[in-house]
Ligand binder design. Sequence first.
Ligand SMILES: [Zn+2]
Length: 518
Amino acid sequence: MRRPSYLLAAVLIVAASCTSAANESSDTSAADITTTTSRAQRTTSAPTTTQAPAPTTQNDAGQTGLAGLDVGDPGGDESGLTGDRSLGSIGDPTFPGLGNAGYDVSGYDIGLDLAGAEMSAEARIELTALIDLTELHLDLVGMDVDEVRVDDEPVLFDRDGRELRLRLADQVSAGETAEVVVAYHGQPEPLDTGEGLPFNLGFQTRPWGTFVASEPIGAATWFPANDHPQDKATFDVEVTVQSGQVAIGPGQLVSTVVNADGTETYSWEAQDPMTTYLASVATGDFELTTETIEGIAGNDIVIRHAVHRDALLATGDSLATTAEMMAAFEEQFGPYPFESYGILVVPESLGFALENQTLSLFGTDIIGSEAAQPILAHELAHHWFGNLVSPAAWDDIWLNEGFATWAEWWWTERIAGRDMSRIAATIPMEPLTGLTPDTLFDINVYWRGGLTLEALRRTVGDETFAEILSAWTERYGGGVASTENFLDLVTELAGQEATNVVSQWIFAPDMPALPEEQ
Ligand SMILES: [Zn+2]
């Protein structure tokens, strides 16, 4: 994801650096974060810093709740899932109650009828029990549930907040599979997440059509889900719309059927595992263009963009760089990990872009601006970092945003010769963990995250750095990984000294100085 305040910060910082004032910040409104960082004790010396107090980001002024948290190490195992685990919670400390325990979903088959005034839907969920189940939970926000069947038998259910609780007629034993079918209807309502994000999350309805922006917790606004990155699954999505509208989904379009009642049904299939927050659909007057390019491994990559007709002018030729960008990133990060890629451009100003899997979401504000190319690079890079390797817990979000920001800088330097890391390094920023829902997408997660990787590259050299990145996607691709996993990989491939550098960048209260280029 990329946000507007981040863009604003970029402009301000460029302006500040142009007037040589970047290091003279007198802004002390951000509280010093003095919490100890137990993981930082991995380091062999105290972090060095000569930086000024951290600048305020978009929402840290007056929000000093971080001070009460253990910033460095939430304890527990490598997964970072240290919260209470129960049938109704996967144990993510940032979002207690998100996701569910006891089973693993292998596939969602979601049918949405959007031809009428409200959504009418059926979700078929294939899952494997991890423990003996006599009940199980799904996450679902709003919507009226009409019926739930498990292996074709109706079951009792009730609702409690975002929990849809099913009482199974027959036990599903550990290791057994089951098919849960949920029929539901209503008008999806996006979630108001308070001050953390400037937009509501989930399924969005507009006069011109619909789209989805779920990261991090909005997927359950449009389908019953095990709504956490830990549980990836394939997605088949069938969307019925009035003729004249087009329905766009993840993966590839496998069929379009014209129905007798003046509607059309579009079927999309995404065969590669996907986390719930990256699943998306859109409906409206979209122009769909498709081409096939050859990937670095000799495979076909289907490139399909969907641009709303009212956004064609703003989009211009921004998407013409996709194949070139894809080739460059494959060279740097390894083969593109999914069957298809493309951009969805909606006809409104969004204030952010989002890396929905195989279908990155843009609005007319960014796609029509000078920021389009760096942010297109950012969202494409997320397909390796965030989508292929997803965060084990939401507190590991720097593994998404720091990596995508580093890739964005790499692309910007390549095409424009600008070294963004040099600018970012002049801004002291807070550590990368111990985040709250309100600070999950703060600027430090992006820039100090990107600088963490740049510091590693400068410490170990280009060759070892590339080895670490490719080992990262090979080892954890298709699943999730934690900050601890990354530190262990750095130690394995580059040694303890490199890990010490990275640890300080992640955990130290004061931001270290960027090492000199070797
Ligand atoms: Zn991002």
